[in-house]
Design a binder for this molecule. Structure first.
Ligand code: NAD
Length: 311
């Protein structure tokens, strides 16, 4: 992508800030964020670039922008279980009213829009691995429902805008992504393990640790998001890394790579925590020519290095 005007909502967050950085290699970027779970520090280094503009704004309120907007990445939403359970109503507003406002903007500006959805739309899946045709197994009122159900609503709304107004929408169902700029205390497995290991504190594993996740390094995710928004498809794509790992093995790997003396402690599994999670990325591989390229050790090494630097 070159010489385009691009809007990134949630651009001061973890994935959004890496996306802004990549897009700035040849484009103008407007980053909109209300800083509820993101931080200006994530984009501080971009502020000096004349092609970068930061607007503090809550997307659940209408957004007026002057001029051309060629592409929109709509990422604004709390994303970690700790954040969305602390901000359940704000999460639902960001994904419902926020998505409505951004769809209206895309309609007005004839922009290509990528909606950041999530593997959580599959809930605690009864099919494994999950491919895009699986409708999911979601508790509509449980503690994660504010996130899962509002992302499902956002997907449905995006499809309605595509069908009724012809808005060019692409949906990325993002699976666990990790890398520098995650917050120490955001409750997700990798930042938790790395922070505890660096402090030589007990590493907290939920359940028996045999539940699985698959982790995608952030630069691979950014590449997938850009490929998807540039594609000609009005469709849903899983983006993630299909290498499935047991959580206990991830904890051991982190401990080993940090060189930590931490012990493992086991705590009960949070309610509705999915037991297995692995994307089927056949569609993204075939239609977008995308697959993750960063090995787990390589990505974890860069992530540990970053957490050490802020330690
Ligand atoms: N990181 C992952 O593993 C993962 C997995 C699945 C889906 N996603 C999706 O990717 C997107 C980015 O996630 P992230 O991990 O970077 O999370 P993050 O919390 O670091 O970033 C989200 C950003 O959105 C901003 N935001 C929240 N509500 C807003 C609002 N109403 N108006 C404007 N800005 C608002 C926050 O301040 C933050 O900067 C989210 O939509 C999330 O649902 C992420």
């Amino acid at each position: 992508m070159r010489d385009k005007n691009v809007l990134v909502t949630g651009g001061a967050g973890f994935i959004g800030s890496h996306l802004c950085e990549e897009l700035l290699k040849g484009n103008k970027v407007i980053c909109v964020d209300n800083l509820s779970t993101g931080n200006c520090k994530n984009v501080e280094h971009l502020m000096v670039n004349e092609n970068f503009k930061f607007i503090e704004h809550d997307v659940s309120k209408p957004l007026n922008l002057k001029g051309r907007v060629d592409f929109i990445f709509h990422l604004a939403s709390p994303a970690s279980p700790i954040d969305y359970q602390k901000l359940p109503i704000e999460t639902m507003m960001a994904n419902s009213l926020g998505t409505l406002n951004i769809l209206n903007l895309a309609k007005e500006k004839h922009s290509k829009l990528l909606l950041a959805s999530t593997s959580e739309v599959y809930g605690d899946p009864e099919e494994h691995p999950q491919n895009e045709s699986y409708w999911g197994h979601v508790n509509p009122t449980g503690p994660r429902s504010c996130y899962d159900e509002s992302k499902r609503f956002a997907e449905a709304l995006a499809f309605a805008y595509q069908r009724i107004h012809g808005v060019d929408v692409k949906i990325a169902r993002i699976f666990n992504t990790y890398g520098p700029r995650m917050r120490k205390n955001d409750g997700r497995a990798i930042p938790n393990f790395v922070t505890q290991a660096l402090n030589n504190e007990p590493i907290t594993v939920y359940g028996n640790g045999k539940q699985t996740r698959s982790f995608c390094y952030v630069s691979d995710m950014v590449e997938g998001l850009i490929r998807l928004v540039e594609s000609e498809f009005f469709d849903v794509f899983n983006l993630g890394n299909p290498d499935e790992m047991k959580i206990i093995d991830v904890a051991e790997k982190v401990k080993g790579m940090v060189g930590s003396k931490s012990d493992m402690v086991f705590r009960s599994l949070p309610k509705d925590d999915p037991v297995r999670r692995k994307p089927d990325i056949t569609k993204a591989r075939k239609k977008l020519g995308w697959k993750p390229r960063t090995g787990f050790e390589e990505g974890l090494g860069k992530t540990i290095e970053w957490f050490r630097s802020i330690h």
